[in-house]
Design a binder for this molecule. Structure first.
Ligand code: HEC
Length: 249
């Protein structure tokens, strides 16, 4: 193994900051995130959207800020808290559990630079996620870089959520990509379900497992399996799409 954990930790500060700047610039020009403009401050409080709570009609997300709850945690859960990896006390590797802000910061990997080094490593023996899982995309890496640069905040916002125009291509596919595909894609997808295929998602929509899983109903496996329940608005979007017959529209 060429680069040990210890040597990776010793990248010099300027190199890392330089990398972050490049990635932040990339992110700035990439269309990864579309947000409505900020609303008047009177509407900033009230509904949280991190735990199957109220509908969230108002957008409080600043497009220049990266939010841990909405952008970083779902990404980490879907790609790192895969069963057998960084998800439970018994499965954890190197005592690194990536299931919440608290467990992530407890592990120390953000503070000492190991998280950044692991997702950007060129060595297949060291990169995270490990093959056969796909590496993070450049846009996902840039997002994490921007979050680190902004001070690794434990922050949250309420994003506008459209339940009036729910389509597969505009609503469901991006939602599944952000929240589910880290586990449900690749050669050995979790549960044997590869959701990069519409057909597979349609089949679990039609047999009732999708609705049961995202609503955490007793006879189904709860999805996502770790971290908070999906925001109520996203659950509603799934249910609307399922009721329409889960079309490929
Ligand atoms: C951290 C990994 C992970 C993430 C993220 C994840 N899943 Fe799963 N999923 C699994 C595993 C593991 C199983 C198999 C569970 C079992 O059989 O007990 C599974 C099974 C399922 C099933 C079948 C459930 C059943 O009871 O048969 C559905 C439907 C499903 N997932 C949907 C989703 C959706 C939708 C999302 C995103 C909102 C999602 N999953 C996110 C790991 C994940």
């Amino acid at each position: 193994m060429k680069s040990s954990k210890t040597s990776r930790r010793h990248h010099s500060g300027p190199v890392r900051i330089g990398l972050l700047l490049v990635l932040a610039a990339f992110l700035f020009f990439s269309p990864s995130c579309k947000h409505e403009p900020l609303v008047d401050p009177g509407n900033l409080f009230g509904t949280g959207n991190t735990g199957g709570g109220d509908p969230d009609p108002v957008d409080t997300c600043d497009p220049n800020t990266v939010y841990f709850d909405q952008q970083i945690l779902p990404l980490l859960i879907s790609n790192c808290a895969v069963p057998g990896c960084h998800n439970t006390a018994t499965d954890d590797n190197d005592h690194i559990r990536i299931t919440s802000y608290a467990t992530l910061m407890q592990s120390g990997i953000v503070q000492d630079g190991d998280l950044w080094d692991a997702i950007t490593d060129n060595d297949p023996d060291d990169i995270m996620p490990r093959p056969p899982q796909a590496p993070l995309t450049p846009a996902q890496i840039a997002l994490i870089g921007q979050w680190i640069q902004q001070g690794t905040q434990n922050n949250t916002c309420v994003s506008a959520c459209d339940t009036a125009n729910v389509t597969y291509s505009g609503t469901i596919a991006p939602l599944v990509q952000a929240r589910c595909q880290g586990c449900h894609s690749g050669a050995t997808p979790q549960g044997g379900l590869n959701f990069t295929s519409w057909q597979v998602l349609n089949s679990v929509a039609m047999d009732g497992r999708l609705a049961g899983a995202v609503q955490h109903q007793a006879t189904f496996a709860s999805m996502p399996p770790t971290g908070p329940m999906l925001p109520q608005c996203h659950i509603d979007q799934f249910l609307i799409w399922i009721n329409e017959g889960a079309p490929q529209n």
